[in-house]
Design a protein around this ligand. Structure first.
Ligand code: NAP
Length: 474
């Protein structure tokens, strides 16, 4: 039963800690837990961090490209937070399936949703559902060994189109164009290496619908493209158009200036080294149709764009076809609806005001909060979710005296409920076992012979959910 507190029960804090559940153990959830733990307050908190995956770290484990060790390194900071012992991790627990909203509200005074965004944004152009047309988010989940996706990926295309000019487009294009053996030093799962190794790809084309000054990449990620062995970068001088708004942006924004400089230098420097694979960067191409034969992708049609003076584009009426056998749309992520909560389908977020979850009438549902991408949409770097968490936690603390009081706040209540339902939850100690196991698999693997000499594996990820659970609970 949920009791809505009518007047402040100040004595509660002396009796027991505030019970808070955070749904989602990715960076957004861990930052929220950390900020709440360290916040200046005159009462104790007791936090459970729940995740649908058996392992923690969300987007870092299942969204960051394997060859981005710098970003994967954020795990070290998150590990430190969870290893302190004052936040309890419970993995392999799915909100809406293993636990209802009612169950959670019964056991916690406040709930913070930090479930992120793992689906691809929709793209409505003819042919987008043909065989060989993929969502980038699905491909990322596959190459990062997310437990719920198939283990194989059809890599039969020689020519591939990647749509979008954001960092996800760069990740996907880089992984598709790299030689698989150059990914062996990373934590890529075995099945991913085996599939990528046999890819016949020769040309990956990244298409942006606006100009070089309007890209959403970041400079480091762009420059990194030129570091892939035996992959040439190809640019097209006719795509280098800058309108008044572009010039103003280049002058006022160092990041844009750096990226435009990088791109223009690449044209001047002439990147053709005769590599066996090429990565093409095209701008001012608006996708209008994926074309096919016998249900399979055979090409893609674009309308050429021109800048309209404001940094936006308009069609020129000129159409261009490219023969490709696969299309990856990397045009943004989308959050998924959560059981028993309102949902903004268009933006893929839980409707909220400063992280306070709203009902259909736009009123705050007492005790419910959101943070990270499910709060504000899939934009921004991982560190930006710290700002989200600060705001959400600030509001939660401000609301503290009007939070509904959990009727079953005992810390053992959730464990008893999960056990009574046969949910094989995992714990922080369990994650440490799985972590050590993955590292030991890497160490035990015979160094793989490659053209760069034998390569040692840092870690080999376990990808099957049952195996992850077995090792964690073993
Ligand atoms: P994003 O940065 O929002 O980029 C989406 C891209 O898709 C934009 O270029 C956008 O063009 C384009 N687009 C949208 N709708 C389109 C359409 N209908 N047709 C053609 N193009 C379309 O999204 P993201 O790449 O998914 O990245 C999400 C966030 O994660 C970003 O903040 C990103 O920086 C971050 N991230 C960072 C890294 C890293 O390594 N640091 C890696 C991955 C992701 P317009 O600009 O014209 O709308």
């Amino acid at each position: 039963m949920i009791i809505l507190r009518k007047e402040p029960l100040v004595s509660d804090s002396a009796v027991r800690p505030l019970r808070v559940a955070i749904i989602g153990a990715g960076p957004a959830g861990v930052y929220a837990a950390d900020i709440l733990t360290k916040a200046e307050r005159e009462f104790e908190v007791s936090i459970d961090l729940l995740d649908a995956y058996p392992a923690p770290y969300g987007l870092i484990r299942y969204g960051v490209a394997p060859d981005h060790p710098r970003i994967k390194g954020i795990v070290n900071a998150l590990h430190k937070v969870l290893d302190r012992g004052d936040i309890r991790f419970l993995g392999n627990v799915t909100y809406g399936r293993d636990l209802t909203l009612h169950d959670i509200r019964d056991m916690y005074d406040a709930v913070i949703f930090a479930t992120g965004a793992i689906k691809d944004a929709r793209m409505d152009i003819p042919g987008i559902d043909l065989e060989g047309s993929f969502g980038a988010a699905d491909f990322v989940s596959w190459y990062d060994g997310q437990p719920d996706v198939p283990r194989t990926w059809p890599l039969e295309a020689k020519q591939i189109a990647v749509l979008g000019n954001g960092n996800v487009a760069l990740d996907v294009a880089r992984v598709l164009s790299k030689h698989a053996e150059d990914l062996l030093v990373t934590e890529i799962p075995e099945n991913v290496f085996e599939c990528l190794k046999d890819s016949p790809v020769t040309d990956v084309h990244i298409f942006g619908r606006r100009g070089p000054a309007q890209v959403k990449f970041t400079p480091l990620e762009l420059r990194e493209l030129s570091h892939s062995r035996d992959v040439d970068i190809v640019l097209y001088p006719e795509d280098f158009e800058f309108d008044e708004a572009s010039d103003a942006l280049i002058k006022s924004n160092n990041q844009v200036k750096t990226m435009v400089n990088t791109l223009t230098n690449w044209i001047v420097e002439e990147q053709d080294t005769g590599a066996s694979r090429r990565l093409h960067l095209h701008f001012l191409h608006n996708p209008i149709e994926v074309t096919g034969e016998d249900g399979k992708v055979t090409g893609i049609k674009f309308e050429r764009q021109e800048l309209d003076g404001t940094g936006n584009v308009k069609g020129t009426g000129e159409f261009i076809d490219y023969p490709v056998q696969a299309v990856y749309r990397a045009i943004g992520y989308l959050g998924s609806e959560l059981a028993e909560l309102e949902f903004d389908e268009k933006r893929g977020v839980i409707p909220n005001e400063g992280g306070r979850v709203l009902d259909a009438a736009g009123a705050h549902v007492p005790g419910l909060y959101a943070t990270g991408w499910i709060k504000r949409g899939p934009v921004g770097l991982i560190g930006h979710t710290k700002g989200d968490a600060l705001e959400t936690i600030g509001n939660l603390l401000e609301d503290r005296l009007s939070l509904p009081v959990a009727s079953n706040p005992d810390e053992d209540a959730i464990i008893e409920l999960l056990e009574s339902r046969g949910v094989e939850y995992t714990t922080w100690d369990g994650w440490k076992k799985l972590d050590a196991h993955e590292i030991s698999l890497g160490a035990a693997a015979t160094p793989t012979p490659t053209s760069n000499g034998p390569v040692d594996r840092a870690r080999i990820k376990v990808v099957e959910r049952e195996e992850m659970v077995r090792i964690s609970r073993g």
